[in-house]
Design a protein around this ligand. Structure first.
Ligand SMILES: *Cc1c(COP(=O)(O)O)cnc(C)c1O
Length: 354
């Protein structure tokens, strides 16, 4: 059986050596030395100023909303994983769904202003499948209306925009290091910001607001990453160049096999190559289901990321027609560092019949 992705497992002995270090130190969590090492290495690898590791991508978003003091309404994309919206609702914020561009699958910047009211405090766009949003236009709208911008960048690990990390954009960008993601720490995530003040606040917030013995500054939560997760991250990070290269090669192979039979996501002209997911757009949902089912007969499980559109999930109605139409026709083919050749062979044969 071949699933849509496969967790990358690093060298076991290397991981064990880190576990030995954890047992020797006796420190399993609370900003231990491995979490500190991982934060420094990730910030350097990605080219960002402050990177704070947390327990999940969802907690990264929740802490980001709190750290920036969001309230009222937040404009966001309905074409995303549930967490982008569920975290807003969990924090008592009201998501306002703005439709997407049918080619890039990202929030359509020209539609954002029509959703702004006197209750709006922020915009939470998603770099869908790692494809950078129109970051300059979104920032201009945010500046004009004094709104915060938090990018859900869960898919954008290692993605650059105009030769700099796309994670440098917005007041905060968040990552997920869940084991299904290209870089993972079993469970985990990170908060990225260029602001010293925001970074300091986030560090307090992820540990109950505790600033020293007998001292608590403001409200916090437990969102800390532990040492075993950081150890996994350090091992996976050693191999990230190889993982990315392999996945890039598989994307190129898919592109060749698919040719002009299906439509690809329109990627930002200023971005680096994407290799987090392998999304394609079918002409109709019926064709999508036909190919998906034919693959399943062969033990290959493509996934309908993202279906249904989140406006339908969380508001019980279609608010964004483009997102709904796209979500019915997008399918993600399996993508992993060591994609079995058989997937491309079978897909090639199936597409000849479409
Ligand atoms: C994976 C993902 C998340 C959630 O991350 P977790 O680490 O699983 O909490 C949030 N947003 C998007 C777009 C994701 O794909």
């Amino acid at each position: 059986m071949i699933q849509v992705t496969k967790t990358y497992l690093p060298n076991k002995d290397k991981y064990k050596a880190y576990v030995d270090r954890i047992f020797e130190s006796g420190q399993l969590t609370n900003a231990g030395s491995l979490v500190q090492e991982l934060e420094l290495r990730l910030a350097e690898h990605l080219g960002v100023k402050h990177l704070i590791c947390v327990a999940s991508g969802s907690l990264a978003l929740q802490v980001a909303y709190k750290a920036l003091g969001l309230e009222g309404e937040v404009i966001t994309s309905p074409f995303s994983f549930a967490a982008t919206t569920s975290t807003l609702l969990w924090e008592g914020l009201t998501p306002k769904f703005c439709d997407i561009n049918p080619q890039t699958f990202n929030l359509a910047p020209e539609l954002i202003e029509s959703h702004i009211t006197d209750k709006t405090s922020a915009i939470v766009p998603v770099h869908v499948f790692g494809n950078p949003c129109d970051v300059e236009q979104i920032q201009a709208i945010a500046d004009k209306h004094k709104l915060k911008v938090i990018y859900d960048a869960a898919h954008a690990f290692g993605v650059t925009y105009k030769d700099r990390s796309v994670l440098q954009h917005g007041d905060i960008s968040t990552l997920s290091f869940h084991s299904t993601k290209i870089f993972h720490t079993i469970e985990g995530g990170a908060i990225i910001t260029s602001s010293n003040e925001v970074a300091a606040k986030v560090r307090l917030m992820i540990n109950f607001g505790i600033s020293g013995p007998n001292k608590t500054e403001g409200l916090g939560i437990n969102a800390k990453m532990n040492e075993f997760e950081a150890a996994m991250g350090l091992c996976v990070l050693d191999d990230i160049a190889k993982i990315s290269q392999n996945r890039s090669n598989h994307v190129a192979e898919y592109t060749e096999v698919i040719g002009d039979k299906l439509t690809f996501q329109k990627t930002n002209a200023f971005s680096s190559k994407l290799f987090s997911y392998m999304p394609v757009l079918f002409d109709t949902e019926a064709e999508l289901l036909q190919v998906k089912q034919a693959l399943e007969v062969e033990g290959i499980f493509a996934r309908r990321y993202f279906y249904p559109s989140l406006d339908v999930v969380y508001s019980k109605g279609v608010l964004c027609p483009v997102s709904n139409a796209i979500s019915q026709r997008v399918l993600c083919f399996p993508l992993m560092a060591d994609l079995p050749k058989i997937v491309l062979e079978i897909l090639g044969k199936l597409l000849q019949k479409v």
